[in-house]
Every structure is written in structure tokens, then in C-alpha cells.
Design a binder for this molecule. Structure first.
Ligand code: SF4
Length: 258
């Protein structure tokens, strides 16, 4: 990583792990609520992220992990997700509102449980840890009931830095993650936070993704922020303004939470 250009998300990941992971247990706020995405998903709220996106709706789980949530074992998380998913008739389960690859022992024990169930686990990630450590994609390739959703923050290195405060060099890790996942045959798709990008920027991302694997464009999601009061005041504080939309987008536009 380059010096003096922002924090290193991989180092922040390690630091956060020391706060939100205890053995095979990870911190969560809750273990299963229904969300409307993908026709209905049950999602737990994780605690702890390796980015500090200024548009993030998650707030306390990201910005105050020490005083947020409590520790749960993979079995407790699985049981919580199962109860809610069965209640609402969902086959998709996930954890969201933070970074899914913090606490790998916890994650893979949870995936072991999912593997023997009727559910598919959507691993929500910004891709940075996966891009930095090829062994994660390799381990994920051992699972059939996981889909990885890699969220790209901004349309360029500069925009990534402006939105997250992180070292711009880390931006490329999300593309690296997609490349590694595809190489390992792991089910995955990309989404782009485009609320601060213009049409040219979105087109550049599409070209960059096509360079990773042209097929990935078919499932590209375009994400837009939700202006919750805390998000609005954080954006004001940093002088960031969301655009009203971009005209050049993939045929599949899905607005999601994070
Ligand atoms: S938007 Fe996602 S990656 Fe960014 S701080 Fe929030 S949870 Fe982390």
C-alpha cells in the first residue's frame, strides 16, 4: 500500500478482527430479519468492517464495533438464520451491514452448516480481503451452497479513496477478488456503488469487469445509497453529494442496502 494516502483496509481488517472475533465466535447485532432482496432473503446483522464508507447506512456496527452487538457461535447464527428463513419461506440467507470475511474460522464453520442445509448463503463482501489472500477463494471453492457478492466502492481509485478514506491502491483488490473467485469456480457477482459516479465512470467499471470476465457483466448490479438521516449528515460533513442516477447502466439494476 502507498504511504500517507489513506488507511490500509487489510490492516484495519486485522485490527477489527481482534474486536469482533473471539475464537470461532463473531459479533452480531441480530441473527435473522427478512429483507426484500433477490425475492426475499433472511439476513443477520454482522459487526465489524475493514472500510469506513462515508455513505454507509450501517453506522454502529461499522463505526463503533467495540460497543455494538454480542458474540455468537456459527451454530447460533445458523439456528437464528434458519428459524427466520423457515418462517418467511426464504432459501437465501446472509449476513450484512459489515464485512463478511472478517473472522474466517467463524465464516467457514457457518458455511459447513449451510452446506448440509436447504439454504444458499450469500457472502456479502467488499472483496478486499479475498483479493489480498488467494487462499480464501480456494477455500470457498469447496462449498456448493455459497454465492459471493462483491461490492465495488466507486468507479475509480480516486473515487474509492474519496468515498472510503482508504488507500486508493486497495481499490483494485475487489477486481482481483472477482478474478480469483472465477478462477476457482466460485459462484459470484459484482455490484457497483454508483451513487457518486457519472456515466463515464460506470462505463469504465464495465470495461474493467469485462477484462476480468465478460460474463460477469450480465449479473452486475448497480447500487444506490439510501439517504437515512445519519447517512445524510455524514455526507454533508464530508461535502459529498449523491447524483440522481446514471444513464449508462447494465440491464439489471437492483438497488440494495450496502
Ligand atoms: S458500505 Fe459496506 S464496506 Fe462500506 S463501510 Fe459499510 S459495510 Fe463496510
Amino acid at each position: 500500500m502507498s504511504k500517507n494516502k489513506g488507511y490500509d483496509p487489510i490492516a484495519l481488517s486485522e485490527k477489527t478482527e481482534r474486536i469482533v472475533v473471539d475464537g470461532n465466535r463473531r459479533k452480531y447485532v441480530q441473527l435473522g430479519r427478512p429483507l426484500r432482496f433477490y425475492g426475499g432473503t433472511t439476513s443477520a446483522t454482522e459487526v465489524g468492517c475493514n472500510l469506513r464508507c462515508k455513505f454507509c447506512f450501517s453506522d454502529q456496527p461499522v463505526w463503533n464495533p467495540k460497543n455494538t452487538g454480542r458474540f455468537y457461535s456459527p451454530q447460533e447464527v445458523f439456528d437464528g438464520l434458519t428459524a427466520s428463513a423457515r418462517k418467511y419461506g426464504h432459501t437465501l440467507i446472509s449476513a450484512s451491514a459489515s464485512e463478511g470475511t472478517i473472522g474466517l474460522d467463524h465464516l467457514f464453520e457457518l458455511l459447513d452448516l449451510v452446506e448440509n442445509s436447504e439454504f444458499i448463503y450469500i457472502l456479502e463482501t467488499n472483496g478486499l480481503n479475498i483479493g489480498a489472500d488467494p487462499s480464501i477463494a480456494k477455500r470457498l471453492s469447496g462449498y456448493e451452497r455459497v454465492h459471493v457478492r462483491v461490492s465495488i466502492k466507486g468507479a475509480s481509485e480516486e473515487e474509492f479513496h474519496k468515498l472510503t478514506g482508504a488507500d486508493p491502491e486497495a481499490y483494485d483488490l475487489a477486481y482481483k477478488a472477482l478474478s480469483l473467485l472465477i478462477e476457482q469456480g466460485v459462484s459470484c457477482n459484482a455490484c457497483l456503488m454508483a451513487s457518486f459516479s457519472d456515466a463515464d465512470g460506470v462505463e469504465k467499471v464495465r470495461r474493467r469487469l469485462a477484462g476480468v470476465a465478460p460474463g460477469i457483466l450480465k449479473s452486475l448490479e448497480i447500487e444506490r445509497i439510501k439517504q437515512f438521516p445519519k447517512v445524510r449528515s455524514r455526507l454533508q460533513k464530508y461535502g459529498l453529494k449523491a447524483n440522481k442516477g446514471v444513464s449508462c447502466v447494465s440491464p439489471e439494476i437492483i438497488a440494495t442496502d450496502a
